[in-house]
Design a protein around this ligand. Structure first.
Ligand SMILES: [Fe+2]
Length: 292
């Protein structure tokens, strides 16, 4: 990653393949690909990922490692992941701090974990297995949750720190997920941000949620909300070299609109750390944020 400049990426999504195939100049500086979409497959998706990799750093982000599963890790999944990692040479390999299935069935959901010593021991053991197998550290992402499991012995931020400290992995901090959880479970997201040391954070996600009336739902279907931009502003002021990603997975806009969202993150970086060659925005980041 570049030092002293904003490192803002976007997710590589099939809907943008026609736009990206002619290899246009873009304002984003890296891409994140969902690992499972390119594992054990051939043809256009893998060709596209390799094309992007020729021009940009790429991060691989998994959704079904199931690091917290009491059933243990799946050897075939890890072998397929390692093949992809060897082929693409990503600068980050990440997944989620959750479990995703039972009885060898993938539920295609990021399910919450109890923040207990027992879960911590299991997760650290699994992270060690993954990192040993891949021969590299991984990042684990905080997930959005809609219930709190009784009997937790740690706060979420202390649990994340303990996982990182004991396993040597880093945290992919999703600020949208943090905001969703803070709203759904009634805590102050800035307490979380103050408590978690920046050296254990290896990457940031930004996305948009949907307000369901009774709770916030992590849909990745909208622009980043002002409250999440404020959290980002607070974090990037203290940790300027973090790679930052705009995630947009439903109602995905055309690439230029996604790029504009990435530019907003770059402008907030510039607000804190000085001038770069960031292109002007077509609209304010949000009405109360100072213009750069
Ligand atoms: Fe995320």
């Amino acid at each position: 990653m570049r030092q002293g400049q904003p490192n803002i990426g976007v997710g590589l999504r099939p809907t943008h393949y026609p736009f990206l195939e002619p290899r246009p100049q873009t304002q984003v500086t890296w891409f994140e690909a969902v690992s499972e979409n390119y594992m054990d497959t051939k043809g256009r998706p893998l060709d596209m990922l390799e094309l992007i990799r020729e021009d940009y750093p790429v991060a691989l982000h998994g959704v079904s490692l199931s690091i917290a599963s009491a059933e243990g890790l799946r050897p075939t999944y890890l072998q397929n992941l390692r093949k992809l990692v060897d082929r693409i040479d990503p600068f980050i390999v990440s997944d989620h701090l959750c479990w995703t299935g039972l009885n060898q069935q993938n539920l295609h959901d990021l399910l919450p974990i109890p923040f207990t010593e027992e879960a911590l021991t299991l997760i650290v053991e699994h992270v060690d297995q993954v990192q040993t197998f891949l021969q590299r550290p991984i990042l684990l992402e905080n997930v959005s949750t809609y219930l709190q499991i009784p009997g937790c012995e740690y706060t979420e931020w202390d649990f994340l720190q303990a996982v990182a400290d004991r396993s040597g992995c880093q945290i992919l901090l999703d600020l949208n997920n943090l905001y969703v959880n803070a709203s759904n479970h009634h805590f102050d997201p800035y307490v979380f941000l103050e408590q978690i040391p920046t050296h254990i954070i290896g990457q940031v996600h930004l996305a948009g949620y949907t307000d369901m009336g009774t709770h916030l739902f992590d849909t990745h279907s909208k622009p980043v909300y002002p409250a999440v931009w404020d959290l980002f502003s607070s974090l990037i002021a203290r940790a300027p070299d973090l790679p930052v990603l705009i995630e947009w997975d439903e109602d995905i806009p055309e690439f230029p609109q996604l790029e504009e969202e990435a530019l907003k993150a770059a402008h907030i970086w510039t607000y804190h750390h000085g001038q770069t060659h960031t292109q002007p925005l077509s609209a304010p980041i949000f009405s109360s944020f100072p213009q750069t």
